[in-house]
Design a protein around this ligand. Sequence first.
Ligand SMILES: Cc1cc2nc3c(=O)[nH]c(=O)nc-3n(C[C@H](O)[C@H](O)[C@H](O)COP(=O)(O)OP(=O)(O)OC[C@H]3O[C@@H](n4cnc5c(N)ncnc54)[C@H](O)[C@@H]3O)c2cc1C
Length: 296
Amino acid sequence: MAYNCVVLAKQVPDTANITGKAMKEDGTVNRAALPAIFNPEDLNALEMALQVKERYGGQVTVVTMGPPRAADLLRDALTRGADRVILLTDKRFAGSDTLATSYALKCAVEKTGAYDLVFCGRQAIDGDTAQVGPQTAEKLGIPQITYAETIDSLGDGQIVATRALPLGRETVRCTLPCLLTVVGTANRPRPPSVRRAITFKLAATPLDYPSLLERWPEFGTEEALDRYLSERGLKIPVWTADDIDAEEGRLGLAGSPTKVLKVDYVVLGGTETKAFDASQEGVSALIHELVSEYIL
Ligand SMILES: Cc1cc2nc3c(=O)[nH]c(=O)nc-3n(C[C@H](O)[C@H](O)[C@H](O)COP(=O)(O)OP(=O)(O)OC[C@H]3O[C@@H](n4cnc5c(N)ncnc54)[C@H](O)[C@@H]3O)c2cc1C
C-alpha cells in the first residue's frame, strides 16, 4: 500500500553560524546576520517520509509557512526527493504564535488532499516551543507520535513507531492517519542530489515571476513563463489564507493570544580564568579545583 506523506518544514535562522550581530539594539533578531536554513529536525522528518515512500510507495509533499524567501527551503526539499512542495505565504499569517501557525498548517494539510502521515520536526531552533506538531495533530483530529525515532512497521491502517525519550525508548502502535514529530537521532538526512539540483534550479513561485522576466525578457508575459514552468514541474505553488479556506480571525496576530513583551539578550563571558601547568602538579591542581567547585 502506498502512503501519502505531508512534511511540515520551517525555514529558520542558522543560530550555529552567526555572521554578524545576532540581535538588534531593540532586542529583535537581526535576520540579516543569520543565514536562513532548513530547520535541522525537519530534515530528519523529510528523510523519514522519503524512506516511507521508497519502501511502500506514495508521495511526499512538503509545506512551509513563511515569507516568500522560504521558497528556498522548498527548492532544497525538491533536490532531496520531495515530489510536491507548497509555499504558504500571506501578510495575514504574520505574527502567528503556535496556535495560529498550527491552525494555518492544519488548513493547508487538509487542502493537500488525502493524507496518511504528517511529519514534523520535534522542534524549531528559533521559536523552540515544540508545540506546533502536537497542536496541528489536535486540530486535524488525528493521533500523534511525538519524539519519533523509527517507524518499525506500517500496514493494515496502523503504524508502529519507537519514541526516543530522555529515560529510554517506547514503542507504540496507532491508527492512520497520524502525525509524527521526529527527533534528530532518527536518521542521517540525505544530501541534495546533483541531478535533482540541476533539474529544480529554476523552480520558482509566481512571486518570482517579475524578477525572472527581467532576466529572461524572451518569455514576454507572466502567463507564458507560468506555462513553461508548470509544464516542466518547476512551478512552486503559493497558497494564501483564502486558498486554504482559513478563518481570518484565527491567523496572524489576530489569532495569536501570545504576546512577546520583551526579548532580552544575554552575552555570556568568562569572568575568571585560571591556568594550570602541563605537569603532574598542574593536573592535580586542576582536579582539586574541579572537585572543590563540584564540577566533578
Ligand atoms: C522570542 C520569541 C518568543 C516566542 N514565544 C512564544 C510563546 O511563548 N508561545 C507561542 O505560541 N509562540 C511564541 N513565539 C512564536 C513562535 O516562535 C512561532 O509561533 C513559531 O512560528 C512556531 O513555533 P516554533 O518555532 O516554536 O515551532 P515548534 O513548535 O518548535 O516547531 C515544531 C515543528 O513544527 C513545524 N513547523 C513550525 N513552524 C512551521 C512553519 N512556519 N511552517 C511549517 N512547519 C512549521 C516544523 O515541522 C517544526 O519542526 C515566540 C517567538 C519569538 C521570536
